[in-house]
Design a protein around this ligand. Structure first.
Ligand code: ADP
Ligand code: NI
Length: 217
């Protein structure tokens, strides 16, 4: 099988596996991350096949939706790639990327680093910010039945009064806990440039949100 066929089979596998996924972590999220990764790749010297496979497989079984099990995603990806007769070195690299791509980095015990990981991580983080980031975040909050905003709960997590469990805190808080921090975490120049623009959009969104909330607009 050539690489083009393997990529095409991987797309079909991921699309089918994620057919019932939450809207922010569905096939279209994967497709956007894959396209972001290809965009970044055009300015970097990296293994294209590894980046493409890892971006397609990075959320194949997100632990958030699998009872916190962080092993299931990498295992599923490995088993699939074995059916495609992908060489072991590539499988190993893709699995390491999946293990290390998450923002939380909970399983970063290996200190693994590669330009391919940097690219997939940037591609995933870009999809968490900007207009898409806003949409995904409110979709996730709705999925969890969380409040949109609560003026009695400071949005800055350092001042949080713990009125809500973190996983049920108002969706606006997620901007301060994560989304507004992502711009400074980008690895590649290409992603940094895109992130700056998407970050400004979120700042404007929040300004407008508070003005409307307070009846000032
Ligand atoms: P990663 O896979 O990089 O660790 P997550 O899967 O936790 O990131 O987050 C992906 C997206 O899901 C976030 O960018 C956000 O849109 C949404 N999300 C995750 N956690 C929350 C939350 N507590 N409140 C609102 N949205 C969330
Ligand atoms: Ni993702």
């Amino acid at each position: 099988m050539n690489q083009e066929q393997i990529i095409s089979n991987t797309k079909l596998f991921v699309k089918d596996t994620l057919k019932d996924a939450e809207g922010g972590h569905d096939w279209f999220h994967i497709l956007r991350v894959y396209n972001n990764a290809k965009n970044i790749l055009s300015n970097e010297n990296a293994d294209k096949f590894v980046v493409e496979l890892a971006s397609l497989l990075h959320d194949i079984a997100d632990s958030k939706f699998h009872g916190g099990d962080e092993e299931i995603g990498p295992k599923k990806a490995k088993a699939f790639l074995e059916t495609q007769a992908v060489v072991p070195e590539v499988i190993d690299h893709v699995v390491k990327i999946i293990n290390n791509v998450s923002y939380k980095g909970g399983h970063n015990q290996t200190d693994f680093q590669s330009i391919e990981l940097d690219i997939v991580q940037d591609a995933d983080r870009l999809d968490a910010i900007g207009a898409i980031g806003v949409a995904r975040t409110f979709n996730f909050g709705g999925f969890k039945n969380n409040p949109i905003y609560d003026p009695n709960i400071p949005a800055n997590p350092n001042q949080s009064k713990k009125e809500y469990k973190k996983s049920n805190s108002p969706t606006i808080n997620h901007f301060y806990e994560k989304l507004l921090l992502l711009k400074d975490k980008m690895n590649t120049k290409t992603a940094k440039a895109i992130a700056t623009q998407r970050h400004d959009f979120m700042e404007n969104f929040l300004d407008q949100f508070y003005k409307e909330w307070n009846g000032e607009l």
